[in-house]
Ligand binder design. Structure first.
Ligand code: GDP
Length: 595
């Protein structure tokens, strides 16, 4: 019995020990499994860039922090906030990517995951995440950005009249979808690095990649660059390409990064900057086969041979090219409406045809903190109190042969005749404005390379009263003297001038100037055009200046032939939402008509 008890006792003890050991081992196993599971989930979601946090924009791909991106505000005072130039940003992302690459030493299966993650978001099913930021610009802007990295994104709406033009929900979903693609396949991702490396070294045609890229390259002045970047973005969205911009030093630090948790700056580092084997568009057409890297020059001149970029056959070839390098100074959006395979899509994105640049410009181009500091301080000091703000943009294309007096005469006859500015009260020149109760204040913002125009106008309205009793203040933020190339400060001043013009209530711009197009588009205004002077006279003396019918930029050099090779004589008969530009006779622009 005792022995039995002992036996039972021993077995019981052994059982307890075994159970305890088993429980411990089981717990340990459970913890290990959980940890592994957690890690694998983390790893998978990380490699896919698809974790909840990432979707909500809370985590950066590859753990790139705001600090890593050089976007951390160093002080809360706007003027003290310093943002590192995007060039450093892209370099850092690249370094991080390289380190990650080496450290993680991806297996084939993981590469598969990365690629599938990159190709995952090709539909438009992502529903926008609601937040306060999303209400800015009626949902045009994505949420999740931190304010110190780009103050203008959060503040500019306080300086602008609310736009009556709302982005379509389809456009908003396309943008959210594009942002996902950019974040998953743009700079800073392993996919980008591997694909680019493959492409820029490739000699072969038809290197196939899941995701394709469009590299915008700059041509001529800042106005041309901004409108052509906007057009390139629309094209990238339509063709599911990732847009990258090849900024030289003169373009650095003007804009905030437009896409959350990523950069759009094309890396300057070898081998990306100069791919080895680049085919020209003309060669591609001759061979009728798509290369891996294509250089497409759409920088039209009047005498260019027709490129037929607006034709589906050529688009099919272009669309197969993984890396498309585009050089253009044109706002070629109207040609995208001409391409049958894009037509429905783009029309759905922009049901109000004349709002393409208005929406895309306000989506892409947010002044950097440095630019915004100057814009907002200038605005607060000189424009904020005005009852009405008139923007005057005076551009001389041939300054040496254009007498300033003729420009001034044209400017005055346009603004006075159309009652944009009041006449002087010559009969009662001693009258003081104090005789008028609560005189209204009109402020004129003059943008010009030349100081004379602002100065003359300022003195004119200081010396004599106006017949309406209005008080006129005249301010000119800068006067660079002449157009400078490859100059970052000069571009910064131009950007500040354009943006300030866009904050005005009424705009008078110089015909054919893309500088003015940017201001009118961002501000959603149909400008009055000052006719272009040839020598000391204009070809259209009457009426002096004319109001545009659309706020869209003019596509100055559109295709001359249709896809059958016949000359296009009248755009509006083939494309009801296009009209000849008022300010550039060979040009064409989008107009809002219901079709
Ligand atoms: P466009 O030539 O008139 O179509 O306009 P662009 O912007 O493409 O090129 C003109 C360039 O000249 C600008 O980018 C500026 O560098 C300079 N510029 C011309 N007008 C002005 C102006 O009113 N203010 C400033 N800051 N720069 C100007």
């Amino acid at each position: 019995m005792d022995n039995n008890k002992k036996m039972v006792g021993m077995s019981f003890n052994r059982f307890t020990t075994c159970s305890a050991l088993f429980a411990m081992a089981f717990s340990l196993l459970l913890i290990i499994t959980l940890l592994m599971y957690q890690n694998s989930t983390f790893y998978l979601s990380d490699s896919e860039g698809f974790s909840k946090d990432n979707i909500l924009g809370r985590r950066r791909p590859y753990n790139v922090t705001t600090k890593d991106l050089g976007l951390t505000a160093r002080a809360t005072n706007t003027s003290d906030i310093n943002v590192e130039p995007p060039q450093r940003l892209s370099q850092e992302i690249l370094n991080i990517t390289e380190t990650e690459d080496r450290a993680q030493n991806l297996t084939e299966s993981n590469e598969g995951l990365e690629i599938s993650s990159c190709s995952r978001f090709t539909n438009d099913s992502i529903s926008p995440v609601k937040s306060v930021t999303q209400q800015l610009y009626d949902g045009l802007l994505a949420s999740g950005f931190d304010e110190p990295s780009c103050i203008s994104r959060f503040q500019s709406h306080l300086y602008r009249k609310s736009s009556p033009h709302k982005p379509s929900s389809y456009l908003i979903s396309k943008l959210r979808n594009y942002e996902e693609i950019h974040r998953k396949c743009g700079p800073g991702t392993r996919y980008y690095y591997k694909t680019m490396k493959k492409l820029v070294k490739s000699k072969k045609n038809n290197v196939d990649t899941t995701r394709k890229y469009l590299v915008w390259t700059p041509a001529i002045g800042l106005g041309n660059r901004i409108i052509s970047m906007a057009a390139s973005f629309v094209y990238a969205v339509l063709t599911h390409r990732v847009l990258l911009v090849k900024f030289e030093n003169d373009m650095m630090g003007l804009f905030c990064e437009p896409f959350l948790n990523s950069t759009w700056v094309f890396s300057k580092d070898p081998p990306f900057w100069n791919p080895k084997h680049v085919e020209t568009y003309e060669n591609m057409l001759a061979k009728n086969s798509s290369p891996s890297v294509l250089y497409l020059n759409l920088q039209h001149t009047r005498d260019d041979p027709e490129k037929f970029f607006h034709c589906d056959h050529n688009q099919k070839l272009v669309q197969k090219v993984p890396l498309l390098i585009l050089r253009t100074d044109q706002y070629f959006v109207p040609s995208l409406f001409m391409i049958p395979s894009f037509n429905l899509e783009i029309a759905q994105m922009f049901p109000e045809r004349d709002t393409v640049f208005h929406h895309v410009g306000n989506y892409l181009f947010h002044p950097s903190n440095e630019a915004w500091g100057q814009i907002s301080r200038f605005y607060d000091a000189y424009l904020a109190k005005a009852d009405e703000k008139i923007g005057l943009q005076i551009r001389l294309f041939t300054p040496d042969s254009t007498p300033h007096k003729a420009v001034m005469d044209l400017l005055l006859s346009c603004t006075l005749q159309h009652k944009l500015l009041p006449e002087l009260d010559k009969k009662n020149s001693v009258a003081s404005t104090s005789t008028h109760e609560d005189p209204s204040l009109k402020v004129v913002l003059v943008a010009s390379l030349f100081p004379e125009f602002g100065e003359k106008l300022r003195i004119m309205y200081l010396t004599e009263p106006t017949i309406t009793g209005e008080v006129i203040g005249v301010y000119q933020p800068s006067h660079g003297g002449y157009q400078k190339f490859r100059n970052n400060l000069h571009n910064m001043k131009a950007w500040i001038d354009m943006y300030l013009l866009s904050l005005c209530d009424v705009l008078v711009t110089t015909s054919a100037s893309t500088f003015g197009y940017v201001a009118q588009g961002l501000g959603g205004m149909k400008p009055w055009h000052l006719y272009r002077l040839v020598g000391n006279r204009t070809l259209h003396p009457n009426p002096p200046g004319q109001r545009d019918f659309s706020m869209e930029p003019c596509y100055q050099i559109p295709p001359k032939r249709n896809c059958e090779g016949k000359a296009i004589k009248d755009f509006s008969s083939s494309f009801p939402y296009m009209r000849s530009c008022l300010d550039y006779s060979s040009g064409v622009k989008l107009v809002n008509v219901s079709v």
